[in-house]
Design a protein around this ligand. Structure first.
Ligand code: XUL
Length: 503
């Protein structure tokens, strides 16, 4: 199974699953295991697709205890496969971005005193001031977003400082809202972690610093000055910026190296070597960027629960309609990102209203119509072009309420846009949703890419597809047609993010 060389363990703590992968230095996979939150713990935690929802307030959140139980379970599953956990030299991970975990004043002591005879969830019951972590799909913070932009003057100025305009899911606005809603909880919070630094903390046995890339998903980190933004800390903390700065802690500047050795809990319980190091954990999107040495103009598109479009670039060109993050490992390099909530789940909604096929393949009908429908459903001269927008959840870019909209326009000139009140045939939506998702990515990334020749709109270079949706040939074909890129490649690393987490 292994060449007896060192092994590396990478985690992916995403919205719906916790996955673990063990690789060798040549990136070959030794073993892997996963916990599916709904399948393994759905009944116990009453979650759906990994989260709980409070529709009335737009809150979306996950129980922290669920993640603790999942970590023990995924390690147990690796052990059951006889994975030589004692040969693991380093651990790292990639985690859903923006979520925050609130530690109590007892946290450090409890983390440092874990014993192998009990579970994480039992021993850390008193380590949190809040049982839930807000999730990136949360959209409860419009008021706080307005305040963030007001504090900096404009959305442009906020983006210039923090890499992004204000976003519902960004951690600073979430912290500000929770401080208002649960003042007692905020006071009894000693430290706040991102999901990535939370998972790293469990392995370290003490609270880990946030990493230099994931910290840019908070609207609190001033990227050009490389420090917490004082006016934004002041706003989010209600006038006690030093207290919030202490809760957030120092940010680790070095994306590589070891932050310390794995805690004795993992040594005694799972037979890890006491010399095994814990490297910084980061967000799932920065980790995806690490999975591939991207060339200028190349993009990675991750077709997961969310859809993200990622590029690596040395130019810091922030704009309110997209995100800039520090590159996770290379100082002076940045990650450009577009993020859509209505990615995979929205395509599933369109799929689910189509009749199911006899073969049992849930995508068969959707794929058939996506491929058989003509581009923009223009079959003959004179047909009007069809364009649809499918935002079943309130969208991030554009910041718009939930809804579906359908339009037609003149197919040759693009003029005469008209909203269609009566939905067209549901079969047409299969192609229209992929087209509109692809065109949005092409349009919004155009400042960073170039036009292949005069008169044509800008397009990315090569596009590498990863994530669950990349396994669907109809989706990838239609996306490719709309991007007009130099080539669209499916990355044959189903494990892309976790490999990114390992390296
Ligand atoms: C990125 C974002 C999502 C999550 C998904 O800004 O919100 O891609 O990271 O896990």
């Amino acid at each position: 199974m292994t060449d007896n060389g060192p092994l590396y363990l990478g985690f992916d703590l995403s919205t719906q699953q916790l996955k673990a992968i063990v690789i060798q230095s040549d990136l070959s996979i030794v073993s892997s295991a996963k916990v599916d939150f709904d399948q393994d713990f759905g009944a116990k935690y009453k979650i759906k697709k990994g989260v709980l929802v409070n529709e009335q307030e737009g809150e979306v959140f996950a129980p922290v205890a669920l993640w603790l139980e999942s970590l023990d379970l995924v390690l147990q599953r690796l052990q059951e496969q006889n994975t030589p956990l004692n040969c693991i030299k380093g651990i790292s991970g990639s985690c859903q971005q923006h979520g925050s975990v609130y530690w109590s004043h007892e946290a450090e002591q409890l983390l440092g005193g874990l014993t192998a005879d009990k579970s994480l969830v039992d021993q850390l019951a008193g380590a949190f001031s809040h049982p839930f972590a807000p999730n990136w799909q949360d959209h409860s913070t419009q008021h706080e977003c307005d305040k963030f932009e007001e504090t900096m003057g404009t959305a442009e100025r906020l983006a210039q400082a923090t890499g992004s305009a204000a976003h519902h899911r960004f951690t600073g606005t979430q912290i500000m809202r929770l401080r208002h809603k649960l003042p007692q909880m905020y006071t009894s919070t000693s430290r706040i972690s991102l999901v990535s630094s939370f998972l790293a903390s469990l392995f370290l046995g003490s609270i880990a610093p946030m990493d230099i890339s994931d910290v840019c998903g908070m609207n609190l980190w001033d990227i050009p000055s490389n420090t917490w933004s004082s006016p934004l800390l002041d706003l989010a903390s209600g006038g006690s910026p030093d207290d919030l700065r202490a809760k957030l802690g120092e940010v680790r500047q070095d994306g590589g190296g070891s932050m310390g050795n794995v805690s004795s809990y993992f040594v005694n319980k799972y037979n890890f070597s006491p010399d095994c190091g814990v490297a910084p954990f980061t967000g799932d999107n920065p980790a995806t960027i690490l999975a591939l040495p991207l060339r200028p103009l190349d993009a990675i598109v991750s077709l997961g629960t969310s859809t993200t479009f990622l590029m690596s670039t040395p130019v810091y060109k922030p704009d309110p309609s997209y995100h800039f993050f520090n590159h996770p490992t290379t100082p002076g390099q940045y990650m450009f990102m577009l993020c859509y909530k209505n990615g995979g789940l929205a395509r599933e909604k369109v799929r689910d209203v189509l009749p199911s096929s006899e073969s049992g393949d849930v995508w068969e009908n959707f794929n058939k119509h996506a491929l058989e429908t003509a581009p923009l459903d223009v079959r003959k001269e004179g047909d009007r072009a069809k364009l649809g927008l499918y935002f079943y959840l309130p969208e991030i870019v554009p910041n718009i309420k939930a809804g579906t909209w359908r339009y037609t326009c003149d197919a040759n000139s693009g003029e005469g846009l008209e909203e269609v009140k009566e939905p067209w045939a549901k079969e047409t939506d299969a192609r229209a949703i992929i087209e509109s998702q692809a065109l949005s990515m092409r349009l919004r990334s155009q400042k960073l890419v170039t036009a292949p020749r005069e008169g044509l709109p800008a397009q990315p270079g090569r596009v590498y597809l990863v994530g669950g949706g990349s396994l669907n040939p109809a989706i990838t074909r239609v996306l490719g047609m709309c991007w007009g890129a130099d080539g669209v490649y499916k990355l044959d690393v189903g494990e892309c993010v976790r490999v990114g987490g390992c390296v």
